[in-house]
Design a protein around this ligand. Structure first.
Ligand code: CA
Length: 229
C-alpha cells in the first residue's frame, strides 16, 4: 500500500476536530476511519489495520496512555499523539508507552500533515533491520560496531557508539530521556538524565558541524531527543 492510499485512524472525542482533521487528510489522498473513544478505536484497529493512528489522549472512556500500552501488546502501528494536555508528563508517559510522536494542541494542519507523512515514510524500515545505517556523510556498521565519516573512521567510546546507533536506527522518532537511558545504560539508569546530557554533548562535538546548533541530534525540550538523518 502506498503512502497516498494509507488508511489513517482518528481517535478523538470532539467531533468537530475529528471532522476537520479527516477532511484535511482526505484532501491529501489518505483514507480515514474514526473513533470517538478507546473501545471503538481498538475495534477500528482490528477491523481496518490502519497504517497510522492519530490519538487524542483525553478520551471519555479510558486514559489514552493506557490505550497505547494495551495496543502495543498486539499492534506496532505508528501512533501520533494529539495532546491538549499542557503537562509534559502525559506526553512523556505516552511516548514511553510506545507512541511515536506528538503534537500539542492547537497545531497547524500543515505541521500535522508533515508529521503524518514522516511517520508513514518510516514504516517500511521497521520491517527490515539493516546492518548499516547511513546519514549525511556518516556510515554506521552495526556488525563491526564502527562509524565512519566520508570513509574516515570516527573514534567513539562504547557508550557514544551505542547511543548514536540507537538514535540513528530510530530516525524522526521522539525518544524520551527514560527510554534512551534504559536502552543505552540499562533500566537502573533511567533517572540519571545527566549521563544522557553529557553523552549527547560528546556526540554533538563529534558529529555536528556546529554543536551549538545541531542538525542531527535535536533536543525535544522537557521530553528527550529526536534524530534527524
Ligand atoms: Ca478529548
Amino acid at each position: 500500500m502506498s503512502a497516498e492510499t494509507a488508511m489513517i485512524l482518528l481517535v478523538e472525542d470532539e467531533r468537530q476536530i475529528r471532522e476537520t482533521i479527516a477532511l484535511a487528510l482526505e484532501c491529501e489522498g489518505f483514507a480515514t476511519c474514526e473513533a470517538g473513544n478507546a473501545a471503538r478505536a481498538s475495534e477500528q484497529v482490528a477491523q481496518h489495520k490502519p497504517a497510522l493512528i492519530l490519538l487524542d489522549l483525553g478520551l471519555p472512556d479510558r486514559d489514552g496512555v493506557d490505550f497505547i500500552r494495551d495496543l502495543r501488546a498486539w499492534s506496532a502501528t505508528p501512533i501520533l499523539i494529539l495532546s491538549a494536555r499542557s503537562a509534559e508528563d502525559s506526553k512523556v508517559d505516552a511516548l514511553d508507552a510506545g507512541a511515536d510522536d506528538y503534537l500539542s494542541k492547537p497545531f497547524g494542519m500543515a505541521e500535522l500533515l508533515a508529521r503524518v507523512r514522516a511517520l508513514l515514510r518510516r514504516r517500511p524500515d521497521e520491517q527490515v533491520s539493516d546492518a548499516q545505517l547511513a546519514f549525511g556523510d556518516f556510515l554506521i556498521d552495526c556488525v563491526k560496531r564502527t562509524v565512519s565519516r566520508a570513509g574516515e573512521p570516527l573514534h567513539l567510546t562504547q557508550i557514544e557508539y551505542r547511543l548514536l546507533a540507537y538514535l540513528a536506527a530510530n530516525p524522526g522518532r521522539v525518544l524520551t530521556h527514560r527510554h534512551l537511558l534504559a536502552r543505552v545504560w540499562g533500566g537502573q539508569a533511567v533517572e540519571n538524565h545527566q549521563y544522557l546530557r553529557v553523552y549527547v554533548g560528546h556526540l554533538r562535538q563529534k558529529i555536528e558541524a556546529n554543536p551549538a546548533q545541531p542538525r542531527h541530534i535535536l533536543t525535544e525540550i522537557g521530553v528527550g531527543y529526536r534524530f534527524q538523518p
